[in-house]
Each structure stands twice: as structure tokens, then as C-alpha cells.
Design a protein around this ligand. Sequence first.
Ligand code: ATP
Ligand code: MG
Length: 609
Amino acid sequence: MNKINLSQKQSEIVDLNTGSFLIEASAGSGKTRVLTERVKKLLENNSSKILAITFTNKASEELKERIDLDKHKNKNIFIGTFHSFCQTILEARFKLLGFPRMPQIFEDENDRIEIVEEALKSIPAFTEFYNNLDSKEKPIYKSKVLSFISSVKRELAEPEDLITDEGDEHFLFLYNEYQDILKSNNAVDFDDLILLVYKLFANNEAVQNLYSKSYNHIFIDEGQDLNKAQYYLLKSLCGNQIKNVMIVGDPNQSIYGFNGSTPKYMRTFFIEDFNAKKINLEENYRCSKKVIDAANKLMNLKVEAVNYVIEGKFEIYKAKNEKDEGNFVVENIKNLINLKEHNDIEGLIDYNSIAILGRNKFVFKYIEDELQKNNIPYYFKSGNIGIKFQTTFMKLFDNYFRIKINPSDKLHAKRLKKLLKIEDFEDEVLITKSKYPYFLVIQKIIQNLNEDNFKKSLNKVIEEIKDFTFFSDDEKLEIYNEVEELKNLWIEYSYNNIKPNLIGFKNTISLGILKKDSKQEGICLSTVHTMKGQESEIVFLIGLDDGTFPYYLAIQNGEEDLLQEKNNLYVAFTRAKRFLFISYPSIRIMPWGDAKMRSISRFLKIFNK
Ligand code: ATP
Ligand code: MG
């Protein structure tokens, strides 16, 4: 833990008395730090009943770590994302919301797409319409339906309210059908988590009161990312009782507009509804002066760098092509790592202090090749969505597990059938030969699953696998590792839960709260969105050609979307503590093989000398 003192202004915020406050300040000004220190101070003064909400699991983890949450296990404090907070409430109150058992979260986009496909089948006219779309239009249409459904939930709207174009009335039908299918699977999606808890509070004063009374202080980090459902959930949770709400945020870092987020909830609504006082912080404690100068220039700001002692770097490299861009990054990494004593850098740089960021995941292809060729360790930082199992074994297991804990889950039963190529699931068995061993092992696991002693049942599986002669040693090792991993996740989950249960476990995995990558070492590859709120000594920002960053769709959509892209670039710049290397390829090879000339991102033209 950093033992640096707080600035005068920062400590004043930490010491504030009761009331509601908006801390609006730029990146790296110590907003999260101040929030953390204030929570710590409250805990030290034996205040409890604290709720701290962040937007990413990573941010929650960090907060828990910095606060040393383990020391305060007996106190009433909850730290988590909006989604994880709502999940715990749902777990306790699902009956009030009309679910017979705790619903399962369908977090995977593919699951949602499959539900839309099923909904489209329910009326012949829709089926025909959909079938007549060509293969390029089909996914676009489905994602339009899904974003309509999400908007209804995030905007707390009635589906009718969001129909703008004539002829879109069928969205109403699809919305209802989608919801019915979810319900018949005893499942909810991500947006439902927030909406259902909002509705619960709105319709049930007793429950609302109970939760209001559970908290004296509420904190929200990254407040610019609030959307309507989240803001009104906050408001309804507070009711007339909770008066101490602190939101910290930076309007220039608003990058979730596509989720219906806008800074107006913290800047306007919060100030008015909670009579909140606004406080600013002006200095930046994270970045070197070179980085701050560039970020200021990009956003037309006048933030001061406090970290002036550290020599920084801001460099833009025009690469010939993507391969050359990959080379540029790797050569610089090698230089940084090899220089034992670097003139510009105090201390040594290791792989863990380097991040490579991109607008989208697809920009990493060539970099990955280069990193692998050079034996440089790296990992992808995962976002908020849960673990995606990679091996055949775990994919099958995941489906089987879902059906076992939620017998209403017809969607994954169908998927399992497909994966196993079973002709008739109910009457057993026509499983392809290659899948049969997996099937046997998984069946064994499922038969032995015992909620009261899940760990023991997994241990038993590990023991038994060694006797399965169908698997090669390599396969056995792979399965062993995956089961072991699952066991570790269960241990982590049960340590943090009073009443551990399998569906709660599965949902916690789906929300990405239990992480596989916590121990990952090496260079961090991440999208800018996932890196929000975090920092790295050295940042390589790749793929800064126009059309990639800003993304071509944002260019098509115009002003509002472009502003979000620019904010996103500002977020990217301000992740770098010391060096920021930016690069772009002059030629990009499209997936279908065409080579396209690319020019520098429109946002970076101001840096051209
Ligand atoms: P972002 O908007 O990117 O989330 P932030 O405003 O939340 O940024 P923090 O992450 O809290 O900023 O702080 C940025 C960095 O500066 C952290 O490494 C933090 O430990 C450090 N820092 C914050 N305040 C001070 C201080 N008074 N003295 C020295 N370092 C500080
Ligand atoms: Mg922060």
C-alpha cells in the first residue's frame, strides 16, 4: 500500500461531515483514493453500514484490498458493482418478485441471441421476415432487437415509449416474448438485475425501508457512468433515510453512452435530488508531465502534474503496417526491460508494469504474434462478464451444471445436446464417440455433486479421473487443472458467503466476481474500457488509425458518438504513469484480405509537428 500523504484538499474531503457530495475531478486526481480513505476512516471510527459501488469488478477488488476488507468482516459493509449488489438482493428476495427459485443469470451474449432467435420463431410472419434477411443483415437485426430490449430496461421505459419508427411495433412483441422465454427458463439477464431490484424497492415499501436502514453511507465511483435505471435505483434505495451519498466522477471520462449512461445523473439530478455539494480536485498525481501535457492538449484542459519528478515520454509512431506496429511495441518493450539502469526511469521496469491498450480486441492480433515469437509473457484483462470456459470439458460441464442447478433451463439443455450431438436427450444416448469420455466424467461429477460438500465431491472427481483410460495423460492433466480451478473458485466463493449454494456460486461466476486471471503475470493486454480507473507505468496504445479509433461506426453516427470516442482516448492517455507510446499502421489488412490505406486518428492530428 502507498503511504503517501493526501493533499490538503483531499484530506478535507476525507474528513467531511454528513451530507451528500459530488467530487468532480479529472483523471488521476485521486478520486478513488479519496473515496477509499473516507471509507477507511469511517470504518476506523467504528461506523459501519457502508455501501460502496463501483463499475467494474476490478475496481471493487481494489477497493476491498485497499480497505483491507477482511479485517472488517463483522461490520455491515458491501463493496461491489451495481450488478453484484442487485444479485445479492435478488438472492434474498426472489420470491417477492415471483420467481419460484433463485433465477439464473444468462450473462452470455450468445444466450441472449438464442432467445431472440426463439422469439422470432413464435410467429410465422416474423420467421418469414427473418429468414428473408441475408446473412449479413441477420446478426445486425438481432443486435437491434437486443439493444431495444436493453434500452427499455435501462431507461425504465415501457416498450411502447421507445418505438420511434413506424414498422418497429414488432419490437414490442419480441420484447414480451423474450421476457417470457427468460421467465420460463427461470432466468434473468444483466439488465434485469438492476430493473428487478428497482421495481422491488418501488413496489414494496417495507423491503425498501429495510435496505435503506442497512446503510448510513453510500459511495459511488465513476459516477459519470450512471444510467437511468442505476440512478433511480440509488434514489429509491435512499428513500428519505440515507442522506450521506458521495459520488466521485469525471464527465470527460464518460464512455458508456451506448449503455444509456450520461454524466447528467451525477451533475444535475444528484445535485438537485440530494442537495449535494460539488467539490473539485485540480491536480494530477498519476501521470508524468509529458503525459499530462498531451492529455490537456487533447481535451483542452489545464490540469497540473504533481508527479513532475518522474521523467515521462509521449511518442507517436507511424508504422508501415500492423506487423511493423507489433515490432515497434516489442522492440520498445525489450529495451525497457533490458536496460537495467534507465536514465529516464527510477527503478526497474518489469513485464507487470507494462500495458498494451486498444480500442477493440481485434487490434491485438499482430502484437500477440510478436509477443509469442519473443517469449514475452502476457495476458488479456477480462472485463465484467464472467469466466468463459475454453476446453471442451469445461464447456460441457458448464452446460450440465446449469441444468442440474436450474432444471427449468431449457436453453442450456438444448445447447448441451448440440455439444454432445445427442440425438435424443431424454431417452439417452447417441453421443459421438469422441465426446463419450467427457460425458462419463461429467456425469460422474454431476451425480456426486453435493451442495453441502461441493469441495469434497470435486476432490473425488479428481481422484477418479486417473482411472479413466480413454484420456491421454495430457487430457487428464487438462481436466485435472480445470476441476482444480473450479474447486478454487468454490473455496473463494464459500469464504465470502454465509450461505453458499450452487446457483449463487454459478451466478457469482457469471458476474465475473470470481476471477481466473487474478494471479496472471506479464504484460497486460486490455481494451481501454476494461482499463478504466486503473493505471500502468508504461502504456502502449495501439491501433490509432482513423476508423479504428475513433471507430468507424462512431464516425458514421456523428458528434455525440465521436465525443465518447474522444473521452475514451482521454481515458487511454491518462492510464500511463510514465511513458505513453502511441502507434498506428499506415496499411491495415482487412479480414477478407484487402489492404487498406489508413491515416492517423483525427484526434491526434493536433500533435503532428
Ligand atoms: P481515474 O479518474 O482515472 O479513476 P482517480 O481520480 O480515481 O483517477 P486515483 O486512482 O485515486 O485517481 O489516483 C491516481 C494515482 O495517484 C494513484 O496511484 C494514487 O495512489 C495516486 N495519488 C492520489 N492522491 C495522491 C497524493 N495526494 N499524493 C500522491 N499520490 C496520490
Ligand atoms: Mg478512479
